[in-house]
Design a protein around this ligand. Structure first.
Ligand code: BMA
Length: 360
């Protein structure tokens, strides 16, 4: 609860409407004692199925859905009807409404295309960021992309017509250089300005008060200073997070490194009065059957700071050679059930029950 108190003191007044404030408060209250488990595209497809109503690989293993549902916006900014992984935006919108109605949380990443030349997030031969800032040749086109995002965000309404809050995590993994907004492709100041411009435009110009903003570098940092290098500032961020696959990768496993970095995230979040989260992780194809209880769980439980993660999100179950949550018949199935049974992991039912009861 000390965490909660410091949050209230230090944060600048967030530009959030009541539903978003309520969501943030629930997450803050839960964070010191439990971690919500999340999965990217959970309702859209699994390793062996696509777009089948009600299905979820995670539910088919543990009998419950994840509590956090990750979605990606990439392609929406171009007016596409499906995202870069072929998920139709109309279905996404419907699922997101369902998630909210069930008491879960939606978290959106954005593997967007450049408004200048349509470069995918991974096309890094041309500089993009400086041109998207005010005065740049792509600035208006960039704002037009944000208009597309804004109308999607604004279309997310509950049955009373009230806007649904969501976590928005733009320009993630910026300490790596695989995306056009990555470390080698723009200066620190350009990055910060792009992030601030994006958040300000959506919140102030478009009047959206349902966006909880997450900042999430990858695992390149070793110190607080390095983590904060591209941090846009407390006014533009609600969640301090990180992505980390590298320290769990076969041959490069380093549990202590994963703990140390997550500890930094937890400490900084506390110092800045923000929520902490483990915004993406996983081990592709889960080739070690005890990965969840032997690798991930000890990292989450290492100390009070790693414990303070509000959620951890596993990446998508895209293909037989690209998945991060188990599916029925997979060798990590039993271990994932243990992970589910652990008192500190929360799935949809547990979370919704706690929230509805207003406990803790
Ligand atoms: C990556 C991979 C890609 C996918 C992208 C955006 O990590 O899963 O296949 O297109 O994320 O979701």
């Amino acid at each position: 609860m000390a965490v909660l108190a410091s949050c209230q003191h230090k944060s600048k007044a967030p530009q959030l409407g009541l539903p978003a404030q309520a969501m943030l408060s629930k997450l803050k209250a839960i964070a010191p004692e439990a971690t919500l488990i999340g999965h990217q595209d959970d309702l859209a497809y699994g390793v062996h199925w696509k777009y089948e109503e009600g299905r979820s690989d995670i539910k088919e293993i543990v009998g419950d859905y994840p509590a956090i549902f990750g979605w990606d916006l990439g392609g929406l900014e171009l007016g596409h009807s499906v995202n870069l992984d072929s998920v139709p935006f109309d279905k996404m919108q419907k699922w997101m409404k369902w998630v909210h109605a069930e008491g879960g949380i939606n978290a959106m990443s954005w593997h967007g295309y450049s408004p200048l030349d349509g470069a995918s997030s991974w096309e890094i031969s041309e500089k993009q960021v400086p041109h998207l800032l005010a005065g740049g040749k792509g600035h208006q086109a960039y704002l037009a992309q944000l208009d597309q995002l804004a109308s999607f965000f604004s279309s997310l309404r509950d049955e009373k017509g009230e806007i649904i809050p969501l976590i928005f995590r733009p320009f993630h993994e910026m300490d790596g250089s695989w995306f056009w907004w990555g470390a080698k492709h723009c200066t620190v100041d350009e990055y910060k300005l792009l992030f601030r411009t994006t958040v300000d435009y959506l919140r102030k110009d478009k009047g959206l008060n349902n966006l909880i903003i997450a900042y999430s570098p990858d695992n390149k940092f070793h110190t607080k200073e390095q983590y904060l290098e591209r941090y846009p500032g407390d006014e533009w961020v609600d969640i301090m997070a990180m992505d980390n696959y590298g320290d769990f990768r076969p041959g490069q496993e380093n549990q202590q490194a994963a703990i140390d970095k997550l500890t930094i995230v937890g400490q900084l979040a506390q110092e800045h009065g923000k929520l902490a989260a483990f915004s993406e992780t996983g081990r592709e194809t889960i080739d070690t059957p005890q990965w969840f209880t032997a690798s991930l769980q000890p990292v989450l439980e290492a100390n009070e700071y790693t414990r303070s993660m509000a959620y951890v999100l596993l990446w998508r179950n895209g293909r037989k050679d690209h998945f991060y949550a188990p599916y029925p018949g997979h060798s990590s199935e039993k271990d994932f059930v243990k992970f589910y049974q652990h008192p500190e992991t929360l799935f949809l039912r547990d979370f919704a029950a706690k929230v509805t009861k207003g406990s803790k």
